[in-house]
Ligand binder design. Structure first.
Ligand SMILES: [Zn+2]
Length: 171
């Protein structure tokens, strides 16, 4: 591995309070989606859809690890941890998380996210689009449990569902 490779780190976000004293932390969801879908489109046209799915999952995973490290408490028991995650996701405008099924022993979960930042309201294409979110869940749970996960979005606004549904399994 080359020394020039680096991972996203929480400090890359910078000091928002200092940098945006008037604008603060807020921005419009349209701006986030404009960035994500334009970048995604350019990359897909150049490298192909499958390659970009993997990149988005990996970017989400790295973000999830940092998110968990800096915004959550990994010493909490599972129910409290998921409650804290729910609160944080709502507070940051990511979406409304529900834990539909949780098997803490085998680390198998079904999660839904409604009013999702990435997809709620997008045109229905028949294909799920929340690959970044798959990675985010993967990274958060990896940091929390020390295990690796496979996360698959089965329902999405883009497949005609009102909430995203994620099947989560430890590997
Ligand atoms: Zn979705």
């Amino acid at each position: 591995m080359s020394n020039s490779l680096k991972s996203f780190a929480w400090k890359d976000i910078g000091d928002i309070a200092k940098g945006r004293p008037t604008m603060g932390v807020k921005m419009h969801v349209a701006v986030y989606r404009m960035f994500q879908y334009s970048l995604r489109n350019v990359l897909e046209n150049k490298y192909g859809k499958d390659a970009i799915k993997h990149i988005l999952v990996e970017a989400g995973r790295v973000s999830g690890i940092e998110f968990c490290t800096h915004l959550l408490d990994i010493d909490l028991a599972p129910p409290d941890f998921f409650d804290a995650l729910k609160q944080k996701m709502e507070e940051l405008g990511i979406g409304l998380l529900e834990v539909v099924q949780a098997d803490f022993e085998n680390l198998i979960f079904i999660l839904t996210v409604s009013e999702d930042l990435d997809c709620s309201g997008v045109p229905v294409s028949g294909e799920t689009v929340c690959h970044y979110d798959e990675g985010l869940v993967m990274g958060i749970l990896e940091k929390y449990t020390g295990k690796q996960f496979v996360v698959k979005e089965t329902d999405c606004w883009s497949t005609g569902h009102w909430a995203c549904r994620f099947h989560v399994v430890a590997i």
